[in-house]
Design a protein around this ligand. Structure first.
Ligand code: NAP
Length: 282
């Protein structure tokens, strides 16, 4: 049967703002049943109300999770499993930047923990449900910034040389490697895994940048930035498009399949990252 997003259960992380919110509105409009995940109860309830009113759909619920806490991610997965007997699409989207190096309660550098390990742990905890629901899709929001990313397993959390964009690019490289490795591991199950760059989007993401840099970002980048609605389109495409049935292990930039950075195509690196990530969430 052709993939039809109507009636599908779709979970979107980072659904309280930016491209996650806009993609949720559009997917709800198309008839999917949305589970919005946010960390702040008030913002998350407001997002549910906004998605309902803009989409005209009543099929919108929410769950809470702070992706900087592995315990919180485990509680989220338990809640999903308790409430939903199927999950057709998982959209890994929550993320951001951190102007200074901070550690999570699990002792891991914040950017790597939220942007990469958050996706990694949640997806692994929900994989059995996704496989039972197959055909199903995992959509991972990475960034073109992965092209600047490097991986140093001896210092994943930048104890030396932390810079906001270095940490961000590393986490986004990890997203592309993770999505490709997941595709390989789930081959034959009917669950696909792809990653994407949504474009340069005018969202709240740069609120984590240092104060001095914000006017510069807005001055230099804002004129070329696309709207969150437009930015959400690649998520909608990967979640909803029937043409992408069976397409897996690919990286999309602004709606088209392109080659990611050479490092992001390194299968041995992806395997090692998977193993190291598994240890970090054990
Ligand atoms: N904007 C761009 O130009 C751009 C380009 C490439 C890739 N991306 C990617 O797009 C994704 C979404 O970003 P955006 O641009 O839409 O930014 P955004 O408007 O700041 O949205 C980020 C979302 O992630 C959530 N989030 C952040 N940290 C979290 C945590 N610890 N626990 C739970 N939720 C958390 C935020 O929740 P709160 O509302 O609670 O803060 C918000 O819902 C990110 O993965 C980003 O890397 C964005």
């Amino acid at each position: 049967m052709t993939w039809d997003v109507r009636g599908k259960n779709i979970l979107v992380t980072g659904a309280t703002s930016g491209i996650g919110l806009e993609a949720s509105v559009e997917l709800a409009r198309r008839g999917a049943r949305l589970v919005l995940v946010g960390r702040d109860p008030r913002r998350t309830e407001a997002a549910v109300a906004e998605v309902k009113s803009r989409s005209g759909s009543a099929e919108v619920s929410h769950l809470l999770c702070d992706f900087s806490s592995q315990a919180s991610i485990r509680r989220l997965a338990e809640a999903v499993l308790a409430r939903h007997d199927r999950l057709d699409v998982l959209v890994n989207n929550a993320g951001g930047v951190n102007k200074t190096r901070r550690l999570t309660e699990d002792g891991i550098e914040m950017t790597f923990a939220v942007n990469h390990l958050g996706y990694f742990l949640l997806t692994n905890l929900l994989t059995d449900l996704l496989v039972r629901s197959a055909p199903a899709r995992v959509v991972t929001v990475a960034s073109i910034g992965h092209r600047q990313g490097t991986l140093d397993f001896a210092d994943l959390g930048y104890e030396r040389g932390y810079r906001i964009m270095r940490a961000y690019s590393r986490s986004k490289l990890a997203n592309v490697l993770f999505a490709a490795e997941l595709a390989r591991r789930l081959a034959g199950t009917g669950v696909t895994s792809n990653s994407l760059h949504p474009g340069a989007v005018a969202t709240h993401i740069w609120s984590g940048a240092p104060l001095w840099a914000r006017p510069l970002i807005y001055l230099l980048l804002r004129p070329t930035m696309i709207s969150p609605e437009k930015g959400g389109e690649t998520i909608v495409q990967l979640a909803a498009s029937p043409e992408l049935e069976g397409v897996t292990g690919k990286y999309f930039e602004e709606g088209r399949i392109v080659d990611p950075a050479p490092l992001a195509q390194d299968e041995a690196l992806a395997k090692r990252l998977w193993e190291v990530s598994a240890e970090l969430v054990a």
